[in-house]
Design a protein around this ligand. Structure first.
Ligand code: SAH
Ligand code: SF4
Ligand code: F3S
Length: 474
């Protein structure tokens, strides 16, 4: 992975794959991941399950015995890209020594057997909760059958599987703290592909963070579709399940992970505006190693559209959460997700998104044109009636505005000194390192006598809309 893990991965939600490699074992696994950080984290679970079966990962699809694509279904273009990739891999399969080809993840879950039957592109289809069955399914395929397991689970968290770290930088890692989503935002396919929300045992999360720290990692990102609804030993009505067992909410989990070591940075994604509490904000303010950065997807600035999206908050509520962040954690960076051209979105409603952006001035944003997804509430209830051209024009407008805001946000860093965790050598020059500020901004600077995996003070001297440039100060 390169300079900005998180940004790169989110770009891959739009379809860029990241290929991963790890050595050990005799049979060769080629594993490609698409989509969100959750999928990347799942690929590490898959690599671990298959390492126990003697599989080593390879970068070369042509030498693979097993090719797996961990897929995303969030927007139609993400799926199209994966389909093209599968068509290409089918030709590789016909030419070479016939590897087993499998589809994992959200597209596998969405299309189920259709991927085997209608399209005949693959041998194996496995949904996000069924990775433990991969070894037996692969055996079935080797016995000449096609295999599929897309059962969703209410319990599976893979808490006991120790992920094989595939990122290679050895400094930053993901930890899944929950799976699934119960929110049913009307545009979103995730509740259908990932099933019901469930939280992972906090002890196994803390243990994983401790092990990572001992291995030299210095940053963990806690992952969930809605981290603010993390809860252990409490049901959705707030009732305690086992009086002998500890109850833990997200703010408390953050504290537990922050206490692993003050030199371990803690990040998390994704927060949900309807659930983000002041307790969480106060916890971020209390611990220096919990990073001052919150990704808080707004989706739209119009309360009517938010209602149709079933997001559970209004424009005013969202702006109140922004105010809370700004007053409890001064200097905290805030990023967001925006969808343009949702069903029935008028010019005025779109302009409300623009005016919300102007009011908040996000440090960063991921922006998408609405893509209707089969089975979702929006598909069943509303017409996808904003013309594609108009969706794109609105998208272009918000992207351009965000570029101005990102540049403005970066300009505020110039002249000041920040603590940077060094993540690796810069892509552009071997003589330079890159790292990130607590606010998640990438900084590039001359190496001097510094070392990867340590914290250094860097004075910011210059910037673009994407990167800060600086100089190490002793
Ligand atoms: N759980 C996170 C979002 C996960 S999906 C949250 O609730 O914020 C990441 C982003 O993809 C979403 O925030 C949304 O902006 C975008 N997205 C999801 N479904 C989409 C669709 N059908 N069309 C366009 N963008 C979509
Ligand atoms: Fe999708 Fe909404 Fe769940 Fe996010 S919170 S994953 S947008 S349903
Ligand atoms: Fe895509 Fe599934 Fe993530 S649909 S964004 S890979 S949860």
């Amino acid at each position: 992975m390169t300079e900005n893990n998180i940004k790169e991965i989110d770009e891959s939600v739009q379809g860029t794959a990241t290929m991963i490699e790890q050595n050990a074992g005799t049979r060769k696994l080629y594993l490609e991941s698409y989509g969100c950080q959750m999928n990347f984290s799942d690929s590490e679970i898959v690599a671990s399950i298959l390492a126990d079966e003697g599989y080593a990962t390879t970068k070369d699809s042509e030498e693979a015995d097993l090719i797996l694509l961990n897929t995303c279904a969030i927007r139609d273009n993400a799926e199209q890209r994966i389909r093209n990739r599968l068509v290409h891999l089918k030709t590789v399969k016909e030419k070479s020594k016939k590897p087993v080809i499998g589809v994992l993840g959200c597209m596998a879950e969405r299309l189920k057997k259709n991927l085997l039957e209608e399209e005949k592109l693959v041998d194996l289809v496995v949904g996000p909760d069924a990775y433990r069955s991969l070894p037996s399914l692969i055996e079935e395929v080797e016995g000449g059958q096609k295999a599929v397991n897309v059962l969703l689970s209410r319990e599976e968290t893979y808490a006991d599987v120790s992920p094989v770290r595939l990122d290679k930088n050895g400094i930053t890692a993901f930890i899944s703290i929950m799976r699934g989503c119960d929110n049913m935002c009307s545009f979103c396919v995730v509740p259908f592909t990932r099933g019901r929300e469930r939280s992972r045992d906090p002890k196994s999360i803390v243990k994983e963070a401790e092990e990572l720290f001992q291995m030299g990692y210095r940053e963990v990102t806690l992952l969930g579709q809605n981290v603010d609804s993390y809860r252990w030993n409490v049901n959705s009505k707030g009732e305690i399940l086992d009086s002998n067992c500890e109850t833990v909410n997200f703010a408390e989990l953050l504290e537990k992970v922050a206490l692993v070591n003050p030199d371990l940075r803690v990040r998390f994604s994704t927060s949900h505006p309807k659930d983000m509490t002041d307790d969480v904000l106060r916890m971020i303010a209390k611990y220096k190693n919990i990073c001052d950065y919150i990704h808080l997807p707004v989706q739209s600035g119009s309360s009517e559209i938010l209602k149709k999206m079933n997001r559970g908050y209004s424009r005013e509520w969202y702006l109140d959460r922004i105010e809370a962040i700004k007053s409890i954690i001064p200097g905290c960076a805030i990023s967001t997700d925006i969808i343009t051209g949702f069903c029935g979105e008028t010019d005025d409603q779109h302009n409300e998104t623009v005016s919300l952006m102007e009011q908040v001035e996000f440090d960063f944003a991921y922006m998408f044109a609405y893509s209707e997804r089969p089975k979702t509430l929006a598909e069943r209830k509303y017409e996808d009636d904003v013309p594609e051209q108009l969706k794109k024009e609105r998208l272009k407008e918000v992207i351009e505005l965000q570029r101005e805001h990102s540049l403005k946000s970066h300009q505020k860093f110039v002249g000041n000194t920040y603590e940077i965790l060094i993540e690796g050598v810069s892509k552009k020059s071997k003589e330079q390192y890159f790292g990130r500020t607590s606010q998640n901004t990438v900084v590039v600077f001359d190496k001097e006598n510094t070392k990867k995996g340590t914290y250094v003070k860097v004075k910011i001297t210059d910037c673009t809309a994407a990167t800060l440039f600086g100089k190490v100060v002793s």
